[in-house]
Design a protein around this ligand. Structure first.
Ligand code: 13P
Length: 251
């Protein structure tokens, strides 16, 4: 079994006091767990608060986005080096909200994934189809295309250093989760695309998270699926007990 990776994407939520409280709760609930990777991705302005609040735990943290250039006149952006300097280990790249609301393309996602790997960050590259695309039976074409374009010429040292998150857009924040069977089908398909790109051994080691209305009451059945190696959690990560229950899934 691949080492599970459970990540919290706080999105644009929480102020300093909320972040401290949430991290204190996670510390209490999760400090002893060593057999899985746990990641918290707060808004960037809270990264140093989260770093301090999680000090002494095995809980990692990261950013929700970054630019691909290392410095320069890019008002409002953060560079890969800045995230490393802030001691991030992870960065979410190409979340569907970035793609849909901020016009991020596969080509930009590809540049960001490469830039993250170059400085030793672990990118969590998000892919996923819309409801209409699924209705039209195009979900595998869409997701396969996102994977191939996002990973074009992407090389890495360790298969554990790049994570894919499959997040069907229709399941994000809607309470409508993909059935474990639908999620597993897509994850197996993603792994087959990764096999084409990197070969069977490497693809077999890479982790693919599911995201989209993951909750304490559906995580166990999702994690029981062969190709689901973790979760990227939005809403349910904003409460320590519910994220802790997700992290402590039993499959
Ligand atoms: P929800 O868990 O709120 O559906 O969000 C999923 C997501 O977008 C995580 O990145």
């Amino acid at each position: 079994m691949r080492r599970p990776i459970l990540a919290a994407n706080w999105k644009m939520n929480n102020l300093t006091a909320d972040a401290k409280k949430l991290c204190a709760g996670l510390k209490e609930e999760l400090s002893g767990l060593r057999d899985r990777d746990i990641v918290v991705c707060p808004p960037s302005i809270l990264i140093s608060t989260v770093k301090d609040a999680l000090a002494g735990t095995l809980i990692g943290f990261g950013a929700q986005n970054m630019y691909y250039k290392q410095s320069g006149a890019f008002t409002g952006e953060l560079s890969p080096d800045m995230l490393v300097d802030a001691q991030c280990r992870y960065v979410i790249i190409g979340h569907s909200e970035r793609r849909q609301l901020f016009a991020e393309t596969d080509a930009l996602v590809n540049l960001k994934v490469k830039a993250a790997l170059e400085v030793g960050l672990t990118p969590i590259m998000c892919v996923g189809e819309t409801k209409d695309e699924r209705k039209a039976g195009k979900e595998k074409d869409i997701v396969g295309g996102q994977i191939r374009a996002g990973l074009k010429d992407v090389k890495f040292e360790s298969p554990l250093g790049l994570v894919i998150a499959y997040e069907p857009i229709w399941a994000i924040g809607t309470g409508e989760t993909a059935t474990p069977q639908d999620a597993q089908d897509m994850h197996a398909y993603i792994r087959s695309v990764l096999t084409e790109i990197y070969g069977e051994e490497t693809a077999g080691l890479m982790r693919i998270q599911y995201g989209g209305s993951v909750k304490p009451d559906n995580i166990d059945e999702l994690m029981a699926c062969e190709d689901i190696d973790g979760a990227l959690v939005g809403g349910a990560s904003l409460e320590a007990k519910s994220f802790a229950r997700i992290v402590r899934f039993s499959a």
